[in-house]
Ligand binder design. Structure first.
Ligand SMILES: [Zn+2]
Length: 323
């Protein structure tokens, strides 16, 4: 058993229950705040939308979710607290940094000319894990890191090394973003080489390709993998993701796979919802799609209730406990 930092305080890993390991409460790309016509930020209104959007997942038994927003993608722990209090769902928030092309690397890249920023990033992660985020008392429960398309930049390597050090010291798990289904094995190698425990690493967005050889090459590192963009069919079809999940379960990997959506109930910027043509490309994307559509398809293919429970309850618990 391990104690996990949620936005409302520590929870035992045995109490997590059905857990979505990679979701968002709100999503935003850095720069939205420069749009003069962006919808003004109204935390109360956003909380209402998010709580409503979580109702369906709650009805399917979801007890916990990870808000995977790192420090540079509009992480709002006050909002997470409101949503957790009102929905009754445990929310675990992250410390971390996004990939160089999508995040806010300027400050650290500038400081890197003068200072050891790997150490500075590690100190940021540890401050947020052990003391809390900003002046809130909310402590981060996961470390989120990311790499780019077919490459790990110098900046991203510093972030990954800092994350490995913070994980080694705190025991808090690392969850990752991979871009376009690339660099999963390289992420695992880099983190492990810096002393991270593979049992506390979840390599994310693994379903960005349908290459089973790629998937098993990540699994061979002893880490967890996450098909955590289920329903995001604008990038990749769920049919292929389901085929991969069923195949990997069939050869004995149910104890290494997590399922999630990378969903967000609200978008920041000029419009707070996706336009119709995007919705049409991914009609099933929600916090409940795994339960409504994916798990029934897995069962039809012969996946047992026990293996579903392994993926949705046991694997998240073991990732946090380092088992
Ligand atoms: Zn995400």
């Amino acid at each position: 058993m391990a104690m996990i930092n949620t936005v409302l305080g520590p929870v035992s890993s045995d109490e997590l229950g059905v857990t979505l390991m990679h979701e968002h409460i709100v999503s935003a790309q850095p720069g939205w705040e420069c749009d003069a016509l962006a919808v003004p930020y109204d935390r109360e209104a956003i909380a209402k939308v998010c709580v409503e959007a979580l109702e369906e997942a709650k009805a399917y038994g979801v007890k916990s979710l990870v808000d995977a927003a790192p420090n540079d993608l509009h992480r709002d722990v006050a909002l997470d607290k409101m949503v957790s209090e009102r929905s009754g769902i445990n929310i675990i928030c992250a410390t971390g940094l996004y990939h160089e092309a999508g995040g806010k690397p300027s400050y650290l890249n500038f400081r890197s000319r003068i200072f050891d920023t790997t150490t500075e990033i590690y100190e940021t992660f540890m401050k947020e894990i052990t003391q809390g985020i900003g002046d809130t008392e909310v402590k981060a429960g996961v470390i989120k890191v990311a790499t780019g398309d077919r490459q790990i930049s110098v900046y991203e390597e510093r972030v990954l090394r800092a994350a490995a050090r913070a994980q080694r010291e705190s025991g808090v798990p690392i969850i990752t973003h991979t871009e376009a289904g690339t660099m999963g094995p390289e992420q695992a190698d880099l983190l492990i080489s810096e002393g991270a425990d593979p049992k506390r690493i979840m390599i994310g967005h693994i379903g960005g390709n349908a290459n089973l050889q790629y998937h098993t090459s990540v699994l061979e590192k002893g880490v967890y993998i996450a098909f955590d963009q289920l329903g995001v069919e604008a990038f990749f079809p769920d049919t292929l993701r389901k085929a991969c999940i069923i195949g990997l379960i069939g050869v004995g990997y149910a104890n290494r796979i997590m399922l999630s959506h990378d969903h967000s109930a609200y978008r920041l910027g000029r419009s707070t919802e996706w336009p119709d043509f995007v919705r049409a490309l991914m009609p099933n994307w929600s916090y409940a799609h795994v339960f409504k559509n994916i798990i029934p398809a897995l069962k039809q293919a012969g996946v047992s209730d026990e293996k579903v429970n392994t993926m949705m309850v046991e694997n998240p618990r073991r990732l946090f406990a380092g088992e």
